[in-house]
Design a protein around this ligand. Structure first.
Ligand code: FES
Length: 318
């Protein structure tokens, strides 16, 4: 999703940017980027991310700088066991380096509410921090629960450490964070926004499922593409009349690609929205982090990079 705002043209596809500043915080590199031609970036909103070309493919990073900063700021967690993109950036995104950048894109929209509870795990704070700042600017009551592995590993801790509305949780010394404790008793007026690792967000959704009326919106770093109990299902393409077999352990996107059917994709993890396809019939096992509960129940679209069929078949409009 791109746009034109305040007279500033949307970023045309991919543009070159310079790493103006880099600050390393342990395994996280915080990068401030400016466009090489010095023209302004388009405006962005809390929850937006940008796409960066790396030597290992395109990767998405939440914009996490100050709203009035003319630069774009991202934070890159180095994941040695990852797919290589963060490693590549840690090696190449030195001050003065040029990167190809696209965006911003909105897949985690921040809505207005009378009150907020923010839940962040690890690098997930990069999506949540601009929301906290927006709530603060708007004078809306908020609280933040921010879990990191070690004490002192919290990004932006200088901002949050002295704020009584913030719980900085260090799981290594304090054990697992019990989210149910924090969500029990929340009023219906409180909107909950969460971003973090899969286990944390799964628990948030579990709590939300038994807490009727809870307004929860989450963004994951990675969708759940395959699970142990997955079964083979058929992906039927209504327009071409083709049927593609999707075995357990293979995403529908990959099965389609193997069968010669190209579906646009980017994150391949269920959070960027690029691979969205319309669903005509069949119930979808939604595993993305884009749709909310009502949108999932609508069953009108799916993200085949992670989502599968509940039954034997899903028919899509392709
Ligand atoms: S490729 Fe990003 S949601 Fe599927």
């Amino acid at each position: 999703m791109t746009r034109t705002v305040d007279g500033v043209a949307e970023v045309p596809f991919t543009v070159p940017a310079i790493v103006e500043e880099r600050v390393d915080r342990g395994s996280i590199a915080v990068l401030r980027l400016r466009r090489t031609d010095a023209s302004p970036w388009p405006s962005w909103a809390p929850g937006d991310h940008v796409e960066i070309e790396t030597g290992c493919g395109v990767r998405q990073y939440s914009l996490c700088g100050a709203a009035d900063d003319p630069h774009w700021t991202i934070a890159v967690l180095r994941e040695p066991e990852g797919r290589g993109g963060s490693d590549w950036l840690h090696h190449h995104a030195l001050p003065g380096a040029e990167l190809m950048v696209r965006g911003p894109r909105t897949t985690f929209p921040f809505g207005t509410a009378p009150e907020y509870l923010f839940v962040a795990g690890g690098i997930g704070i990069t999506a949540i921090a601009p929301m906290v700042a927006q709530a603060e600017r708007d004078g809306v009551p908020w609280r933040l629960i921010y879990s990191a592995r070690e004490r002192g590993a919290h990004l932006f801790r200088e901002r949050y450490a002295v704020d009584p509305r913030v719980v900085l949780w260090a799981s290594e010394s304090r054990g697992r964070l019990d989210l149910a404790d924090h969500l029990t008793g929340l009023g219906d007026e409180v909107a909950v926004y969460g971003c973090g690792p899969t286990a944390m967000l799964d628990e948030l959704h579990r709590v939300a499922a038994v807490r009727h009326g809870l307004k929860l919106r989450t963004e994951r770093f990675a969708g759940v593409a395959t699970r142990d109990h997955d079964r083979t299902f058929s992906l039927e393409l209504a327009r071409s009349g083709r049927t593609i077999r999707v075995p357990a352990g293979i995403s529908a996107l990959d099965a389609a690609s193997t069968a010669g059917v190209f579906i646009v994709s980017s994150c391949r993890s269920g959070y960027c929205g690029s691979c969205e396809v319309a669903v005509l019939s069949g119930v979808v096992d939604h595993r993305d982090s884009i749709l909310d509960a009502a949108e999932r129940a609508e069953n009108s679209c799916m993200f085949p990079c992670v989502s599968r069929a509940v039954g034997d078949k899903v028919v899509i409009d392709l």
